[in-house]
Ligand binder design. Structure first.
Ligand SMILES: [Zn+2]
Length: 162
């Protein structure tokens, strides 16, 4: 009898891998974040990465982080991966879904996650954990019973030619 492969990806590796792959689509020169929304049955429902809204060209809108004029920085224009993943979902409700995201969600995305009915966030990096935005996210997640779990890296690395 032939037994199944033993080195297949775990669900967590698979979904976090998809989130990282989505982040590679971002044109932001400084920050690439990806998010993958998954149903309770482990089916991928939606994917997103950080970028400008449809019609707002990456060649015209600014990617700068600093500038005297806020209209010339990216912050007023970018949509984060988590909100994009929520907005990209063509189906109905995301109630009860989980979100895998490469970076802990900011307060604005946390509001959208809560309102969408997402029940768990699995994140990798928490490098802005000391900032008010992320502290506010955690306060809101706790109040709204959204579980947040740090992704446990398996140590596996994958390389393939495209
Ligand atoms: Zn955000």
């Amino acid at each position: 009898m032939t037994l199944k492969r033993k080195d297949y990806l775990s669900w967590d590796e698979y979904f976090m891998g998809v989130a990282y792959l989505a982040g590679m689509r971002s044109k932001d020169p400084n920050t690439q974040v990806g998010a993958c929304i998954v149903s309770e049955e482990n089916k991928i429902l939606s994917i997103g990465y950080n970028g400008f809204p449809i019609g707002c060209s990456d060649d015209i809108f600014p990617w700068a982080r600093d500038g005297e004029n806020s209209l010339e920085t990216k912050y007023l224009y970018t949509t984060h991966s988590e909100l994009n993943a929520i907005l990209n979902y063509p189906g109905g409700s995301l109630k009860g879904a989980k979100m895998y995201v490469t970076l802990f969600p900011c307060n604005e995305c946390a509001k959208a996650i809560i309102q969408a009915g997402i029940k768990e966030v699995i994140y990798d990096s928490d490098k802005y954990g000391d900032t008010p935005a992320v502290i506010a996210s955690k306060k809101m997640f706790d109040a709204a019973n959204v579980k947040f779990t740090r992704y446990e890296r398996s140590g596996r690395s994958i390389e393939f030619e495209l």
